[in-house]
Write a protein that binds this ligand. Sequence first.
Ligand code: FAD
Length: 459
Amino acid sequence: METEVVVIGAGPGGYAAAFMAADLGLKTLIVDKEENPGGVCLYRGCIPSKALLHAAKILTDAEEATEIGIDFGEATIDVEKLADWKTSVIKKLTGGLGQLRKARKVEHVQGTARFIDANTLQTEDGQTITFKHAIIATGSRPIVPGPLALESDRVMTSREALELDGIPETLLVIGGGYIGLELGTVYSALGSSVTVVEMMDTLLPGADKDLVRVLEKRVRQLFEEISLGTRVVKMEEVSDGIKVTLDPEREEVFEKVLISVGRRPNSENLGLENTKVALDDHGFISIDSQCRTAEPHIFAVGDVSGQPMLAHRATHQGRLAAEVIHGSKAEFRPHAIPAVVFTDPELAWTGITEQEAKASGVAHKVTKFPWGASGRSLSLNRSDGLTKIIVDPETRRVLGVGVVGPGAGELIAEATLAIEMAATVEDLGLTIHAHPTLSETVMEAADAFFGTSTHIISK
Ligand code: FAD
Protein backbone atom coordinates (compact mmCIF):
# COMPACT_ATOMS: atom_id res chain seq x y z
CA MET A 1 0.00 0.00 0.00
CA GLU A 2 1.08 3.56 -0.66
CA THR A 3 -0.15 6.73 0.94
CA GLU A 4 0.75 10.38 1.42
CA VAL A 5 0.02 10.32 5.16
CA VAL A 6 -0.08 7.30 7.46
CA VAL A 7 -1.32 7.71 11.01
CA ILE A 8 -0.31 5.04 13.52
CA GLY A 9 -2.91 4.80 16.28
CA ALA A 10 -6.50 6.06 16.14
CA GLY A 11 -6.99 7.76 19.51
CA PRO A 12 -8.02 11.43 19.79
CA GLY A 13 -4.59 12.44 18.47
CA GLY A 14 -4.52 9.98 15.58
CA TYR A 15 -8.10 10.23 14.31
CA ALA A 16 -8.11 14.04 14.58
CA ALA A 17 -4.85 14.11 12.57
CA ALA A 18 -6.19 11.71 9.94
CA PHE A 19 -9.49 13.58 9.57
CA MET A 20 -7.70 16.93 9.23
CA ALA A 21 -5.25 15.49 6.68
CA ALA A 22 -8.16 14.12 4.63
CA ASP A 23 -10.04 17.44 4.92
CA LEU A 24 -6.95 19.13 3.50
CA GLY A 25 -7.02 16.78 0.52
CA LEU A 26 -4.18 14.43 1.50
CA LYS A 27 -4.44 10.69 0.81
CA THR A 28 -4.56 9.28 4.33
CA LEU A 29 -4.48 5.87 5.98
CA ILE A 30 -4.89 4.90 9.65
CA VAL A 31 -3.44 1.78 11.28
CA ASP A 32 -5.11 0.71 14.54
CA LYS A 33 -6.14 -2.54 16.22
CA GLU A 34 -9.79 -1.64 16.61
CA GLU A 35 -12.40 -1.68 13.90
CA ASN A 36 -13.31 1.95 14.58
CA PRO A 37 -11.30 4.97 15.76
CA GLY A 38 -11.37 5.94 19.45
CA GLY A 39 -8.14 4.83 21.12
CA VAL A 40 -7.78 4.67 24.89
CA CYS A 41 -9.90 7.78 25.35
CA LEU A 42 -13.08 6.32 23.91
CA TYR A 43 -12.63 2.60 24.55
CA ARG A 44 -11.06 2.55 28.02
CA GLY A 45 -10.41 6.08 29.28
CA CYS A 46 -12.20 9.43 29.19
CA ILE A 47 -15.61 8.32 27.92
CA PRO A 48 -16.34 5.12 29.92
CA SER A 49 -15.02 6.79 33.08
CA LYS A 50 -17.27 9.81 32.58
CA ALA A 51 -20.29 7.61 31.85
CA LEU A 52 -19.73 5.76 35.15
CA LEU A 53 -19.09 9.03 36.99
CA HIS A 54 -22.48 10.21 35.73
CA ALA A 55 -24.04 7.14 37.37
CA ALA A 56 -22.10 7.87 40.57
CA LYS A 57 -23.38 11.47 40.57
CA ILE A 58 -27.01 10.32 40.23
CA LEU A 59 -26.53 8.05 43.24
CA THR A 60 -24.90 10.67 45.47
CA ASP A 61 -27.34 13.38 44.39
CA ALA A 62 -30.27 11.08 45.21
CA GLU A 63 -28.76 10.28 48.61
CA GLU A 64 -28.13 13.93 49.42
CA ALA A 65 -31.63 14.91 48.29
CA THR A 66 -32.87 13.76 51.72
CA GLU A 67 -31.25 16.96 53.10
CA ILE A 68 -33.75 19.04 51.15
CA GLY A 69 -36.79 16.89 51.89
CA ILE A 70 -36.75 14.39 49.01
CA ASP A 71 -36.28 10.70 49.74
CA PHE A 72 -35.98 8.24 46.86
CA GLY A 73 -35.39 5.33 49.25
CA GLU A 74 -32.44 3.00 48.86
CA ALA A 75 -31.12 2.70 45.31
CA THR A 76 -30.90 -0.69 43.64
CA ILE A 77 -28.11 -1.02 41.11
CA ASP A 78 -28.15 -3.41 38.17
CA VAL A 79 -24.40 -3.51 37.55
CA GLU A 80 -24.73 -5.51 34.34
CA LYS A 81 -27.22 -3.05 32.87
CA LEU A 82 -25.02 -0.13 33.89
CA ALA A 83 -22.00 -1.77 32.23
CA ASP A 84 -24.09 -2.42 29.10
CA TRP A 85 -25.20 1.21 28.97
CA LYS A 86 -21.56 2.37 29.30
CA THR A 87 -20.59 0.02 26.45
CA SER A 88 -23.44 1.36 24.32
CA VAL A 89 -22.11 4.90 24.75
CA ILE A 90 -18.66 3.74 23.59
CA LYS A 91 -20.19 1.89 20.61
CA LYS A 92 -22.26 4.90 19.56
CA LEU A 93 -19.27 7.22 19.62
CA THR A 94 -16.73 4.89 18.00
CA GLY A 95 -19.28 3.75 15.40
CA GLY A 96 -19.91 7.43 14.57
CA LEU A 97 -16.18 7.99 14.15
CA GLY A 98 -16.01 4.95 11.87
CA GLN A 99 -18.67 6.54 9.65
CA LEU A 100 -16.84 9.87 9.64
CA ARG A 101 -13.67 8.02 8.62
CA LYS A 102 -15.42 6.34 5.70
CA ALA A 103 -17.14 9.57 4.64
CA ARG A 104 -13.72 11.23 4.48
CA LYS A 105 -12.32 8.29 2.51
CA VAL A 106 -9.58 7.68 5.08
CA GLU A 107 -8.32 4.14 4.56
CA HIS A 108 -7.97 1.79 7.52
CA VAL A 109 -5.66 -1.12 8.17
CA GLN A 110 -6.71 -3.08 11.24
CA GLY A 111 -3.61 -4.18 13.13
CA THR A 112 -0.41 -2.82 14.62
CA ALA A 113 2.44 -1.40 12.62
CA ARG A 114 6.20 -0.97 13.04
CA PHE A 115 8.75 0.92 10.99
CA ILE A 116 11.06 -1.21 8.88
CA ASP A 117 12.73 1.93 7.52
CA ALA A 118 12.01 5.65 7.56
CA ASN A 119 9.48 5.40 4.72
CA THR A 120 7.95 1.94 5.24
CA LEU A 121 5.74 0.37 7.88
CA GLN A 122 4.92 -3.29 8.25
CA THR A 123 1.90 -4.74 10.01
CA GLU A 124 2.03 -7.97 12.04
CA ASP A 125 0.53 -9.91 9.14
CA GLY A 126 3.29 -8.77 6.78
CA GLN A 127 1.50 -5.97 4.83
CA THR A 128 3.79 -3.09 3.97
CA ILE A 129 2.75 0.53 3.77
CA THR A 130 5.01 3.09 2.13
CA PHE A 131 4.36 6.71 2.98
CA LYS A 132 5.54 10.25 2.42
CA HIS A 133 4.64 11.39 5.94
CA ALA A 134 3.84 9.51 9.13
CA ILE A 135 2.15 10.66 12.32
CA ILE A 136 2.85 8.47 15.34
CA ALA A 137 -0.10 8.61 17.76
CA THR A 138 0.32 5.35 19.64
CA GLY A 139 -0.69 6.76 23.05
CA SER A 140 0.17 5.32 26.43
CA ARG A 141 -0.59 2.46 28.80
CA PRO A 142 -0.78 2.09 32.61
CA ILE A 143 2.44 1.75 34.59
CA VAL A 144 2.55 -1.30 36.87
CA PRO A 145 5.72 -1.05 39.00
CA GLY A 146 7.60 -4.30 39.80
CA PRO A 147 6.40 -4.84 43.39
CA LEU A 148 2.78 -4.38 42.24
CA ALA A 149 2.97 -6.72 39.25
CA LEU A 150 0.78 -9.59 40.42
CA GLU A 151 -1.06 -11.89 38.00
CA SER A 152 -4.51 -11.92 39.55
CA ASP A 153 -8.10 -11.09 38.55
CA ARG A 154 -8.27 -9.14 41.77
CA VAL A 155 -5.61 -6.66 40.63
CA MET A 156 -6.86 -4.12 38.11
CA THR A 157 -5.61 -1.18 36.12
CA SER A 158 -8.08 1.44 34.87
CA ARG A 159 -8.74 -0.82 31.88
CA GLU A 160 -10.19 -3.68 33.95
CA ALA A 161 -11.82 -1.34 36.48
CA LEU A 162 -13.85 0.26 33.69
CA GLU A 163 -15.16 -3.18 32.65
CA LEU A 164 -17.19 -3.07 35.88
CA ASP A 165 -16.92 -6.79 36.44
CA GLY A 166 -18.67 -6.77 39.83
CA ILE A 167 -18.48 -4.39 42.76
CA PRO A 168 -15.94 -5.49 45.40
CA GLU A 169 -16.78 -4.96 49.06
CA THR A 170 -13.36 -3.46 49.63
CA LEU A 171 -11.16 -1.74 47.07
CA LEU A 172 -7.66 -0.38 47.49
CA VAL A 173 -6.79 2.38 45.03
CA ILE A 174 -3.02 2.80 44.70
CA GLY A 175 -2.33 6.36 43.52
CA GLY A 176 -4.19 9.57 44.35
CA GLY A 177 -4.00 11.08 40.87
CA TYR A 178 -7.06 11.92 38.78
CA ILE A 179 -7.66 8.39 37.45
CA GLY A 180 -7.53 6.84 40.94
CA LEU A 181 -9.83 9.48 42.41
CA GLU A 182 -12.33 9.28 39.55
CA LEU A 183 -12.55 5.49 39.64
CA GLY A 184 -12.53 5.48 43.46
CA THR A 185 -15.55 7.82 43.29
CA VAL A 186 -17.36 5.44 40.93
CA TYR A 187 -16.75 2.33 43.04
CA SER A 188 -17.55 4.12 46.28
CA ALA A 189 -20.90 5.34 44.89
CA LEU A 190 -21.65 1.80 43.69
CA GLY A 191 -21.10 0.46 47.20
CA SER A 192 -17.42 -0.43 47.64
CA SER A 193 -15.52 0.62 50.72
CA VAL A 194 -12.64 2.49 49.07
CA THR A 195 -9.18 3.12 50.53
CA VAL A 196 -6.74 5.35 48.64
CA VAL A 197 -2.99 5.30 49.28
CA GLU A 198 -0.75 7.96 47.80
CA MET A 199 3.03 8.07 48.08
CA MET A 200 3.22 11.89 48.00
CA ASP A 201 1.94 14.07 50.85
CA THR A 202 -0.98 15.35 48.76
CA LEU A 203 -3.64 14.10 46.38
CA LEU A 204 -3.34 15.41 42.80
CA PRO A 205 0.27 16.59 43.20
CA GLY A 206 0.10 18.95 40.16
CA ALA A 207 -2.87 20.97 41.42
CA ASP A 208 -2.94 23.90 43.86
CA LYS A 209 -3.31 22.85 47.49
CA ASP A 210 -6.23 25.18 48.32
CA LEU A 211 -8.26 23.58 45.52
CA VAL A 212 -7.24 20.05 46.48
CA ARG A 213 -8.22 20.75 50.11
CA VAL A 214 -11.85 21.34 49.05
CA LEU A 215 -11.95 18.12 47.04
CA GLU A 216 -10.14 16.12 49.71
CA LYS A 217 -12.60 17.19 52.42
CA ARG A 218 -15.50 15.75 50.45
CA VAL A 219 -13.86 12.58 49.17
CA ARG A 220 -12.73 11.77 52.71
CA GLN A 221 -16.44 11.54 53.56
CA LEU A 222 -17.07 9.20 50.62
CA PHE A 223 -14.01 6.98 50.99
CA GLU A 224 -13.18 4.70 53.90
CA GLU A 225 -9.68 6.12 54.16
CA ILE A 226 -7.10 8.24 52.34
CA SER A 227 -3.50 7.59 53.40
CA LEU A 228 -1.00 10.14 52.16
CA GLY A 229 2.77 9.60 52.32
CA THR A 230 2.08 5.87 52.12
CA ARG A 231 3.68 3.37 49.78
CA VAL A 232 2.67 -0.17 48.86
CA VAL A 233 5.72 -2.38 49.28
CA LYS A 234 4.26 -5.85 48.72
CA MET A 235 1.13 -7.55 47.44
CA GLU A 236 0.21 -11.23 47.55
CA GLU A 237 -2.95 -13.15 46.74
CA VAL A 238 -4.62 -14.85 49.70
CA SER A 239 -7.86 -16.87 49.81
CA ASP A 240 -10.16 -13.89 50.33
CA GLY A 241 -8.33 -11.14 48.47
CA ILE A 242 -5.03 -9.37 48.08
CA LYS A 243 -2.85 -8.94 51.16
CA VAL A 244 -1.13 -5.59 50.90
CA THR A 245 1.88 -4.49 52.91
CA LEU A 246 2.17 -0.75 53.30
CA ASP A 247 4.96 1.57 54.42
CA PRO A 248 4.53 3.01 57.11
CA GLU A 249 4.11 -0.58 58.14
CA ARG A 250 0.65 -2.08 58.08
CA GLU A 251 -0.95 -5.12 56.46
CA GLU A 252 -4.49 -5.29 55.16
CA VAL A 253 -6.52 -7.54 52.87
CA PHE A 254 -8.65 -6.00 50.10
CA GLU A 255 -11.07 -7.82 47.82
CA LYS A 256 -9.67 -5.94 44.83
CA VAL A 257 -6.84 -3.52 44.11
CA LEU A 258 -6.71 -0.81 41.45
CA ILE A 259 -3.27 0.34 40.34
CA SER A 260 -3.36 3.91 39.06
CA VAL A 261 0.15 5.24 39.53
CA GLY A 262 0.65 6.79 36.11
CA ARG A 263 0.97 5.98 32.43
CA ARG A 264 3.91 5.37 30.11
CA PRO A 265 4.24 6.14 26.39
CA ASN A 266 3.81 3.37 23.79
CA SER A 267 7.12 4.07 22.09
CA GLU A 268 8.62 0.58 22.21
CA ASN A 269 8.01 -2.14 19.60
CA LEU A 270 7.50 0.50 16.92
CA GLY A 271 10.76 -0.18 15.10
CA LEU A 272 11.94 3.35 15.83
CA GLU A 273 15.51 2.02 15.83
CA ASN A 274 15.07 1.70 12.04
CA THR A 275 14.56 5.47 11.82
CA LYS A 276 16.23 8.55 13.30
CA VAL A 277 13.25 9.21 15.61
CA ALA A 278 14.64 9.85 19.11
CA LEU A 279 13.23 9.31 22.60
CA ASP A 280 13.74 11.42 25.73
CA ASP A 281 14.76 9.99 29.13
CA HIS A 282 11.16 9.09 29.96
CA GLY A 283 10.54 7.18 26.72
CA PHE A 284 8.50 9.97 25.09
CA ILE A 285 9.21 10.66 21.41
CA SER A 286 11.14 13.96 21.17
CA ILE A 287 9.37 16.52 18.99
CA ASP A 288 9.76 20.18 18.07
CA SER A 289 7.08 22.87 18.21
CA GLN A 290 5.57 21.53 14.97
CA CYS A 291 5.36 17.97 16.40
CA ARG A 292 8.18 16.90 14.09
CA THR A 293 10.53 14.14 15.25
CA ALA A 294 14.23 13.96 14.34
CA GLU A 295 13.01 12.52 10.98
CA PRO A 296 11.53 15.66 9.39
CA HIS A 297 8.73 13.73 7.62
CA ILE A 298 7.70 11.76 10.74
CA PHE A 299 5.58 13.47 13.39
CA ALA A 300 4.46 12.39 16.86
CA VAL A 301 1.40 13.62 18.74
CA GLY A 302 -0.54 12.88 21.92
CA ASP A 303 0.50 10.81 24.93
CA VAL A 304 3.48 9.25 23.13
CA SER A 305 4.98 12.73 22.69
CA GLY A 306 4.97 14.04 26.25
CA GLN A 307 2.99 15.73 29.00
CA PRO A 308 0.27 16.59 29.73
CA MET A 309 -1.16 13.25 28.65
CA LEU A 310 -4.64 14.55 27.89
CA ALA A 311 -7.00 13.90 25.00
CA HIS A 312 -7.49 17.56 24.04
CA ARG A 313 -3.74 18.15 23.79
CA ALA A 314 -3.50 15.07 21.55
CA THR A 315 -6.31 16.35 19.31
CA HIS A 316 -4.82 19.81 18.87
CA GLN A 317 -1.38 18.41 18.15
CA GLY A 318 -2.84 15.90 15.67
CA ARG A 319 -4.69 18.59 13.73
CA LEU A 320 -1.59 20.79 13.75
CA ALA A 321 0.69 17.99 12.47
CA ALA A 322 -1.68 17.44 9.52
CA GLU A 323 -1.65 21.17 8.74
CA VAL A 324 2.15 21.26 8.88
CA ILE A 325 2.34 18.29 6.47
CA HIS A 326 0.01 20.24 4.20
CA GLY A 327 2.50 23.14 4.21
CA SER A 328 1.41 25.35 7.11
CA LYS A 329 4.04 27.05 9.26
CA ALA A 330 1.84 26.69 12.36
CA GLU A 331 3.40 25.75 15.72
CA PHE A 332 1.98 24.18 18.86
CA ARG A 333 2.44 26.94 21.42
CA PRO A 334 -0.61 27.00 23.68
CA HIS A 335 -0.64 29.50 26.56
CA ALA A 336 -2.92 27.20 28.50
CA ILE A 337 -3.99 23.56 28.39
CA PRO A 338 -6.89 22.95 30.75
CA ALA A 339 -6.87 19.91 33.06
CA VAL A 340 -10.06 18.61 34.65
CA VAL A 341 -10.58 16.05 37.39
CA PHE A 342 -14.16 14.80 37.07
CA THR A 343 -14.71 13.94 40.73
CA ASP A 344 -17.45 15.52 42.81
CA PRO A 345 -16.62 18.36 43.24
CA GLU A 346 -14.81 18.70 39.92
CA LEU A 347 -11.39 20.32 40.02
CA ALA A 348 -9.99 22.16 37.02
CA TRP A 349 -7.13 24.45 36.23
CA THR A 350 -5.65 26.19 33.21
CA GLY A 351 -2.54 28.25 32.55
CA ILE A 352 -0.06 28.59 35.38
CA THR A 353 -0.93 27.26 38.85
CA GLU A 354 -0.08 29.22 41.98
CA GLN A 355 2.45 26.58 43.02
CA GLU A 356 4.12 26.73 39.60
CA ALA A 357 4.22 30.55 39.76
CA LYS A 358 5.87 30.37 43.21
CA ALA A 359 8.32 27.65 42.19
CA SER A 360 9.42 29.44 39.03
CA GLY A 361 9.55 32.90 40.64
CA VAL A 362 6.92 34.39 38.29
CA ALA A 363 5.56 37.67 39.74
CA HIS A 364 1.88 37.05 40.51
CA LYS A 365 -1.07 37.95 42.67
CA VAL A 366 -3.89 35.61 43.54
CA THR A 367 -7.53 36.59 43.82
CA LYS A 368 -10.26 34.21 45.03
CA PHE A 369 -13.99 33.86 45.34
CA PRO A 370 -15.44 31.23 47.71
CA TRP A 371 -18.60 29.56 46.42
CA GLY A 372 -20.28 29.89 49.81
CA ALA A 373 -21.13 33.43 48.57
CA SER A 374 -22.60 32.23 45.24
CA GLY A 375 -26.39 32.12 44.97
CA ARG A 376 -26.20 29.46 42.27
CA SER A 377 -23.96 27.25 44.35
CA LEU A 378 -26.24 27.45 47.40
CA SER A 379 -29.30 26.78 45.24
CA LEU A 380 -27.54 23.54 44.21
CA ASN A 381 -27.23 22.74 47.93
CA ARG A 382 -23.45 23.13 47.67
CA SER A 383 -21.16 25.69 49.20
CA ASP A 384 -17.80 23.96 48.99
CA GLY A 385 -16.34 25.48 45.81
CA LEU A 386 -13.59 27.99 45.16
CA THR A 387 -12.54 30.00 42.09
CA LYS A 388 -9.09 31.57 41.95
CA ILE A 389 -7.27 33.65 39.38
CA ILE A 390 -3.51 34.07 39.12
CA VAL A 391 -2.76 37.56 37.81
CA ASP A 392 0.36 39.34 36.54
CA PRO A 393 0.50 42.28 39.01
CA GLU A 394 2.02 44.64 36.46
CA THR A 395 0.01 44.02 33.28
CA ARG A 396 -3.00 42.52 35.12
CA ARG A 397 -3.07 39.75 32.55
CA VAL A 398 -4.71 36.51 33.59
CA LEU A 399 -1.93 33.92 33.92
CA GLY A 400 -3.91 31.03 35.31
CA VAL A 401 -7.27 30.04 36.77
CA GLY A 402 -8.20 27.23 39.14
CA VAL A 403 -11.70 26.13 40.04
CA VAL A 404 -13.04 23.47 42.37
CA GLY A 405 -16.78 22.84 42.59
CA PRO A 406 -19.59 21.15 40.66
CA GLY A 407 -19.23 21.94 36.96
CA ALA A 408 -15.66 23.28 37.28
CA GLY A 409 -14.76 21.40 34.08
CA GLU A 410 -17.19 23.53 32.07
CA LEU A 411 -16.18 26.82 33.75
CA ILE A 412 -12.52 26.39 32.87
CA ALA A 413 -13.24 26.94 29.14
CA GLU A 414 -13.91 30.65 29.70
CA ALA A 415 -10.66 30.94 31.63
CA THR A 416 -8.65 29.20 28.92
CA LEU A 417 -10.07 31.54 26.28
CA ALA A 418 -9.25 34.51 28.53
CA ILE A 419 -5.61 33.41 28.79
CA GLU A 420 -5.31 32.70 25.04
CA MET A 421 -6.81 36.12 24.23
CA ALA A 422 -4.45 37.83 26.71
CA ALA A 423 -7.42 39.07 28.75
CA THR A 424 -6.78 41.15 31.84
CA VAL A 425 -8.49 40.59 35.15
CA GLU A 426 -10.64 43.69 34.38
CA ASP A 427 -11.89 41.98 31.22
CA LEU A 428 -13.22 39.10 33.30
CA GLY A 429 -14.77 41.42 35.88
CA LEU A 430 -16.40 43.73 33.30
CA THR A 431 -17.85 40.90 31.21
CA ILE A 432 -21.51 40.49 32.12
CA HIS A 433 -22.07 36.95 33.38
CA ALA A 434 -25.61 35.56 33.58
CA HIS A 435 -27.21 35.36 37.02
CA PRO A 436 -27.49 33.04 38.82
CA THR A 437 -24.70 30.92 37.36
CA LEU A 438 -21.50 29.44 38.69
CA SER A 439 -19.67 31.41 35.99
CA GLU A 440 -20.29 34.52 38.09
CA THR A 441 -17.63 33.17 40.47
CA VAL A 442 -15.03 33.92 37.78
CA MET A 443 -16.33 37.50 37.45
CA GLU A 444 -16.47 37.98 41.23
CA ALA A 445 -12.97 36.55 41.74
CA ALA A 446 -11.81 39.12 39.16
CA ASP A 447 -13.67 41.93 40.98
CA ALA A 448 -12.10 40.75 44.25
CA PHE A 449 -8.69 41.57 42.76
CA PHE A 450 -9.70 45.25 43.04
CA GLY A 451 -11.42 44.75 46.41
CA THR A 452 -14.82 45.37 44.78
CA SER A 453 -16.50 41.96 44.62
CA THR A 454 -20.22 42.55 45.32
CA HIS A 455 -20.79 39.44 47.41
CA ILE A 456 -17.65 39.23 49.54
CA ILE A 457 -15.51 41.71 51.44
CA SER A 458 -12.24 41.45 49.57
CA LYS A 459 -10.32 44.56 50.65
P1 FAD B 1 -4.55 6.82 22.66
O1 FAD B 1 -5.92 7.28 22.94
O2 FAD B 1 -3.81 6.09 23.74
O3 FAD B 1 -4.65 5.90 21.38
C1 FAD B 1 -3.53 5.25 20.85
C2 FAD B 1 -4.00 4.18 19.88
O4 FAD B 1 -2.84 3.68 19.20
C3 FAD B 1 -4.64 2.99 20.55
O5 FAD B 1 -5.83 2.66 19.88
C4 FAD B 1 -3.59 1.89 20.43
O6 FAD B 1 -4.16 0.59 20.34
C5 FAD B 1 -2.95 2.27 19.10
N1 FAD B 1 -1.61 1.73 18.90
C6 FAD B 1 -0.59 1.63 19.79
N2 FAD B 1 0.50 1.07 19.20
C7 FAD B 1 0.16 0.85 17.90
C8 FAD B 1 0.85 0.31 16.78
N3 FAD B 1 2.10 -0.10 16.87
N4 FAD B 1 0.20 0.23 15.60
C9 FAD B 1 -1.08 0.65 15.48
N5 FAD B 1 -1.78 1.17 16.51
C10 FAD B 1 -1.17 1.26 17.70
N6 FAD B 1 -7.88 12.59 29.08
C11 FAD B 1 -8.63 13.71 29.07
O7 FAD B 1 -8.28 14.67 28.39
N7 FAD B 1 -9.78 13.80 29.81
C12 FAD B 1 -10.21 12.77 30.58
O8 FAD B 1 -11.25 12.87 31.23
C13 FAD B 1 -9.44 11.58 30.60
N8 FAD B 1 -9.83 10.53 31.34
C14 FAD B 1 -9.10 9.38 31.31
C15 FAD B 1 -9.52 8.32 32.08
C16 FAD B 1 -8.79 7.14 32.08
C17 FAD B 1 -9.27 5.99 32.92
C18 FAD B 1 -7.62 7.03 31.28
C19 FAD B 1 -6.84 5.76 31.25
C20 FAD B 1 -7.19 8.09 30.52
C21 FAD B 1 -7.92 9.29 30.53
N9 FAD B 1 -7.52 10.39 29.80
C22 FAD B 1 -8.26 11.54 29.81
C23 FAD B 1 -6.27 10.38 29.00
C24 FAD B 1 -6.61 10.16 27.54
O9 FAD B 1 -7.26 8.91 27.39
C25 FAD B 1 -5.33 10.20 26.71
O10 FAD B 1 -4.66 11.42 26.94
C26 FAD B 1 -5.66 10.12 25.23
O11 FAD B 1 -6.37 8.93 24.94
C27 FAD B 1 -4.38 10.18 24.40
O12 FAD B 1 -4.71 10.10 23.06
P2 FAD B 1 -3.67 9.54 21.99
O13 FAD B 1 -4.30 9.81 20.67
O14 FAD B 1 -2.33 10.05 22.27
O15 FAD B 1 -3.58 7.97 22.21
